[in-house]
Design a protein. Structure first.
Length: 237
């Protein structure tokens, strides 16, 4: 019975989860100071992961890998951070794969946080049953990710779908569904009906209406997505 360690590196909160086949077994939250860089947080991550292992009486070979969610551009084919935007700015100089292997002899897979949140909602949340989804996270910033015919959209330079928060994404990507996540959905009862009305009014979709839904796991979708990435990494690349 193999488990996955999932890490969601946020700007102010780091979430660490222990998962088994899409079930969140344990979750820890750590305070983050993204301005100090990624390397400064490595010792804290190690302690938290070791505590989870000990609390659940797990051996090293019980873990099949780490899924790492990062708030920046990621080369998912090389599991390497490409670029940051004032968060963990030493990320591109940090070899996460070597860190995980040297510390625990585990493989590590890294992906952009918006894409992993989309994977989590697609497999376990609001997006189940749909193969063409746009997800937009509206919080302190705007994040986005796109799934087309069951495949994450990445692009040649791994930017496709990630920097589209300000465009008319329905016409660009032809989704069946748009998932809205982030702090804005605390006011979803007010905002969502108005957004749906505007989509119905202005989006040119002769086939029908694009469905607008709230994320089912706005606070943990990236952990579920990281677990899925580790378990099916070859299938989604």
């Amino acid at each position: 019975m193999k488990f996955t360690i999932a890490i969601d590196l946020g700007g102010t909160i780091i979430k660490i989860g222990l998962l088994h086949n899409g079930e969140l077994i344990e979750r820890k939250e750590l305070q983050a100071q993204s301005s100090t860089g990624l390397k400064a947080h490595i010792p804290v991550l190690e302690i938290a992961i070791d505590e989870i292992m000990m609390a659940n009486q797990l051996a090293l070979n019980d873990i099949q890998g780490i899924g790492f969610s990062f708030p920046g551009l990621v080369d998912s084919s090389k599991n390497k951070i490409i670029s940051t935007n004032k968060k963990y700015d030493d990320g591109s100089d940090t070899d996460l794969v070597a860190w995980a292997w040297d510390k625990w002899a585990w493989p590590l897979y890294v992906e952009n946080d918006a894409r992993l949140a989309l994977l989590g909602e697609w497999q376990f949340g609001a997006g189940r049953g749909c193969e063409n989804i746009v997800m937009v996270t509206l919080g302190t910033g705007i994040g986005s990710a796109v799934l087309i015919e069951g495949k994450l959209l990445r692009g040649k330079h791994f930017q496709a779908g990630n920097l589209c928060g300000h465009l008319t994404m329905i016409h660009a990507f032809d989704p069946e569904m748009i998932i809205i996540s982030g702090g804005i959905i605390k006011s979803g009862s007010v905002i969502m009906p108005e957004l749906q009305n505007r989509i119905n009014q202005f989006a040119w979709t002769p086939w029908g209406k694009v469905k607008l839904v709230e994320a089912q796991y706005p606070d943990s979708a990236a952990l579920f997505g990281a677990d899925y990435m580790v378990r099916f990494s070859l299938d989604i690349r």
